[in-house]
Design a protein around this ligand. Structure first.
Ligand code: GDP
Ligand code: MG
Length: 439
């Protein structure tokens, strides 16, 4: 976290609402943070715009201070752009699943092929075959063969004298014959993108019709990586991206640019030269890394979880000990009201939307208001159940809240019933609860 950003956040402390000026100041700093992380400028601009729209006028919650709240928004948006959640490797319904590695020279294609083969073998008990289709450097073939020996995974090669597309063709025939379930094609790269390379890769793609075409990019190449990804995607319609060398101190802004520009999911990251240095890509972790706010985000999560947990733990305890009173009742009403219309919440519960009669489940806001008024007309002792609600008291509550005596009686009866029911739930006494509900 930059010092300037920290100062901006300090100024926000104690505010009740986030103003446009606050957001402008914060987004300016976030912009700097993203550019420092090597995110491409157009991507930064688009991102900042989205943040502005969400952040202005946001009410400050009780759990977080305004600065934390904005960071949370930034983190959420960033995570969303990065894909939301992890994306699995595609698998062909018919063996073999063919995976083609593409990318510039030195990006880490061959290393990744080895890492992936190892992972598939260990986790899925798979029997992969690797094809050495980088014929321009003898060392490239030896590198793959060495990996194959280490992993005890076969490598198909024809030296450097054949055309890559022919090698792939023969390799695939062998894989089918031996009923291999995965084929990993290690292709050649160039220092820069050129047509010869692209033509060769297109030829291999047409022949092999791979399930996955994974673009391997070096995180340290930053802005260049975004341009590379764009071109490879246009020419080959890649299915996913691997970002290597994230073990360095690069913040990994390339991930954001690549994802935003190609729309293709990032599937794995390389975090070292060893064959075990492969990780599934988690958008939320990448987001904290790009923002350089790992600790801050953990803190925010904790603050929020504690707050919610505290609230519900307090209520649960009261229910279980039968200490739930009228004040808790109103608090709960408020919580439910904050969630939106009850009918909508019910519909989100799986299976509920098909329930006959759901149309009749209507929570009347007037009814809620009436109940709230009754509680407000009670004395603190009454709300906390410290005195018996005698008929005289009930009459006073009715008059004070603009309700009839009968309505007050009905409300008190309902309150007591639901209290008994809640206690039944909390203590796991389902039978008693069902009887109450049916009765
Ligand atoms: P290719 O030309 O795309 O096949 O790239 P290589 O797989 O040969 O990798 C180029 C260099 O990068 C090698 O020295 C690898 O050991 C190294 N390398 C690959 N992936 C990673 C990674 O995730 N982290 C680090 N630190 N080095 C890597
Ligand atoms: Mg290679």
């Amino acid at each position: 976290l930059t010092e300037r950003l920290q100062n901006v956040f300090k100024n926000l402390r104690g505010k009740k609402k986030i103003t446009e000026a606050d957001v402008t100041e914060i987004t300016k700093e976030i912009r700097v943070a993203l550019l420092e992380a090597d995110v491409a400028l157009p991507v930064v601009k688009k991102f900042i715009k989205a943040i502005r729209e969400r952040a202005v006028g946001v009410e400050v919650s009780e759990a977080l201070n305004p600065a934390q709240q904005i960071i949370k928004i930034v983190d959420e948006e960033l995570t969303a752009i990065l894909g939301g959640g992890e994306v699995e490797l595609l698998k062909s319904p018919k063996i073999p699943t063919i995976i083609m590695m593409v990318g510039l020279q030195g990006a880490g294609k061959t290393t990744f092929a080895g890492k992936l083969a190892k992972k598939l073998k260990e986790e899925q008990d798979a029997r992969p075959l690797m094809i050495a289709a980088d014929v321009y450097r003898p060392a490239a073939i030896d590198q793959l063969k060495t990996l194959g020996e280490q992993l005890d995974i076969p490598v198909y090669d024809e030296g450097t004298s054949q055309k890559p597309v022919d090698i792939v063709k023969n390799g695939l025939a062998k894989a089918r014959e031996e009923r291999k379930d995965y084929v990993l094609i290690d292709t050649a790269g160039r220092l820069e993108i050129d047509d010869t390379l692209m033509n060769e890769l297109q030829e291999i793609k047409a022949l092999a019709t791979p399930t996955e075409i994974l673009l391997v990019v070096d995180a340290m190449t930053g802005q260049v990586a975004a341009q590379v990804a764009k071109t490879f995607d246009e020419k080959l319609d890649i299915t996913g991206v691997i970002i290597t060398k994230l073990d360095g101190d690069t913040r990994g802004g390339a991930a954001l640019s690549i994802r935003e520009i190609t729309g293709k999911p990032i599937k794995f990251t390389g975090t070292g030269e060893k064959l075990t240095d492969l990780e599934i890509f988690y958008p939320d972790r990448m987001s904290s890394r790009i923002l350089g706010m790992g600790d801050m985000l953990t803190l925010i999560e904790k603050a929020q979880a504690n707050y919610d947990e505290e609230q519900s733990a307090k209520l649960a305890e009261k229910m279980a000990e039968n200490r739930f009173d009228y004040e808790d009742f109103v608090e709960q009403l408020d919580q439910v009201t904050n969630m939106g219309p009850m009918e909508d919440i019910m519909k989100m519960i799986p299976g509920m939307s098909q329930m006959p009669g759901l149309d009749q489940v209507k929570v009347d806001p007037k009814d809620i208001a009436r109940k709230r008024a009754m509680v407000l007309s009670m004395t603190p002792q009454e709300r906390h159940l410290e005195v018996e609600l005698s008929p005289a008291r009930r009459r006073r509550i009715a008059a004070g809240s603009g309700n009839t005596f009968i309505e007050v009686n009905k409300f008190i009866k309902q309150f007591n019933q639901s209290k008994e029911m809640m206690q039944g739930i909390m203590n796991g006494d389902m039978n008693a609860m069902m009887q109450k509900m049916m009765g």
